[in-house]
Design a protein around this ligand. Structure first.
Ligand SMILES: *[C@@H]1O[C@H](CO)[C@@H](O)[C@H](O)[C@H]1NC(C)=O
Length: 294
């Protein structure tokens, strides 16, 4: 009996240890708590693949199978704001599959659009997802592709529970947050390297077999279909395109003056030190004259 208790205690100690290592230090502030959630139908509509989308209570489910994926779009466009959702991803084999949450104006500006992305790149069974963040400015996602990718692994399993992902886009910076932890900050260093035109918020699940997983080495395998993405706690805390000039987006930090607190910066640095797996600014294969912000 005593031996069993000691054994159980040991297991507990080991598992709580690894748990403590796994997460970032607290950012000390939760921007998500400043923006209330809205129901899917209050803020969004289906954009494509309507037969691959279902709404149960507050949770939107979209899925990809051999016949189609699915995507949704906000009803309004925004020139700044806090944009988020809680998402839960498909476990198991998901290579080639992308589950996304992103801002874009590609329908208004085909060929020279802006975009701010969260893209979850699926993987083979037992391998972790990669969370890709990206920023495109005026067409650099179209003909001549100039992505600005930072890719992360996560300190949690995004298939086990819902986690909050958010983009805060203000006139001076873009901040990507996972569970209120800032993981990337993209400041407005010049007008040429910053998205300035109104965008809509989108979400989607689709087949990107040509590049998503190890540059296309592993493709979507439809023996594992359907590939399912779940979304809830939608947040659209922004200035719509036609809002008065006095409208300001929510603040990223407790000071309210914009900019991150020291504690938020420490949390972001921890994430980048431990979980950043790719940074376009330090990729020797990239032409750095095209990305002057680096
Ligand atoms: C897939 O898993 C491998 C091994 O852990 C990892 O290095 C890679 O970044 C992952 N790829 C994607 C696209 O998630």
């Amino acid at each position: 009996m005593a031996a069993i208790v000691v054994y159980l205690l040991l297991i507990l100690m080991i598992s709580s240890n690894t748990g403590a290592q796994g997460g970032p230090p607290s950012p000390g502030y939760n921007p998500s708590s400043r923006v209330s959630s809205l129901g899917f139908n209050q803020g969004f509509k289906n954009l494509w693949g309507p037969q691959h989308q279902r709404l149960d209570q507050d949770t939107l489910t979209i899925w990809l199978d051999q016949s189609s994926g699915s995507g949704f779009k906000s009803l309004q466009s925004y020139r700044s704001g806090y944009f988020g959702a809680a998402m839960k991803l498909q476990p198991g084999y998901t290579a080639g599959v992308i589950t996304s949450l992103y801002l874009s104006n590609n329908q208004d500006h085909p060929g020279n659009h802006d975009e701010i992305d969260f893209e979850f790149l699926g993987n083979t069974t037992g391998k972790p997802y990669t969370l890709q963040t990206n920023v495109y400015i005026r067409g650099s996602g179209d003909g001549n592709i100039i992505g600005r990718e930072l890719r992360f692994h996560l300190w949690f399993d995004p298939t086990q529970d819902f986690h909050n992902y958010a983009i805060l886009w203000t006139p001076s910076e873009i901040i990507f947050l996972a569970d209120d932890v800032p993981i990337r900050r993209y400041p407005r260093k010049s007008d040429a390297t910053f998205p300035l035109r109104p965008m809509y918020l989108y979400g989607s699940i689709w087949d990107a077999s040509s590049w998503a997983t190890e540059d296309g080495k592993y493709k979507a395998d439809y023996q594992y279909q359907p590939f399912v993405g779940r979304y809830k706690n939608f947040k659209l805390g922004g200035c719509t395109a036609d809002a008065p000039a006095s409208c300001t987006p929510p603040s990223a930090s407790p000071s309210g003056s914009g900019g991150l607190s020291q504690q938020q910066i420490a949390a972001m640095q921890w994430v980048q030190r431990n979980y950043l797996v790719y940074n376009y600014c330090s990729d020797p294969k990239r032409d750095h004259t095209l990305v002057p912000e680096c």
